[in-house]
Design a protein. Structure first.
Length: 173
């Protein structure tokens, strides 16, 4: 999500640069700012998305715990009979344990990827909706540039804050 907000900032800065480059009149361009991160996190869709992601993460963790318990059982069984095993059989059992350990690590990596993909899929449309609301608001109010104040930028008193108006446009109280 932070990556998308970073890309949003870059987009707005690029638009600002282009808009200011093409402004040939000596009239002062209207510039505003909005805290995109606060705007997105104040949207009800964001809370629902993250609640859903938490449930999905719990499901993935539960499956991971099952794999971990199975590995622990195999290790305990191996430790009970290790002293009585012949070297060849011991090597086979160690390889089986290593394979189970590798399987668990692969599951964890896949689970992280799946969670990140689901987060991207769920939050992408929310961020896009927020961007559109800010873009529409900027067009309505005649702003040539809207900066994202949730990033490291300097906001001066000559800029207008659009957060409250953007929230209103999105129906957020």
């Amino acid at each position: 999500m932070k990556c998308m907000l970073k890309n949003c900032t870059r987009f707005f800065l690029l638009v600002a640069f282009i808009a200011l480059s093409f402004t040939r009149s000596h009239a002062q361009a209207k510039i505003a700012y909005v805290d995109m991160q606060q705007l997105v996190f104040s949207m009800p869709e964001t809370k629902r998305a993250y609640d859903s992601l938490k449930l999905y993460e719990k499901e993935l963790a539960k499956d991971g715990e099952t794999l971990m318990k199975e590995l622990q059982v195999k290790i305990a069984e191996f430790q009970k009979v290790e002293a009585t095993l012949k070297p060849d059989m011991k090597d086979i059992k160690v390889q089986e344990l290593q394979a189970a350990q590798n399987s668990l690590e692969q599951y964890k990596a896949r689970a992280e990827q799946q969670l990140a993909a689901r987060e991207q899929a769920m939050t992408g449309p929310i961020v896009a909706k927020a961007k559109k609301a800010v873009s529409d608001l900027a067009a309505e109010k005649g702003y040539v540039c809207v900066l994202d104040s949730s990033k490291d930028i300097i906001v001066t008193a000559t800029c207008d804050d659009l957060l409250a108006q953007a929230k209103q446009k999105l129906g957020i109280k």
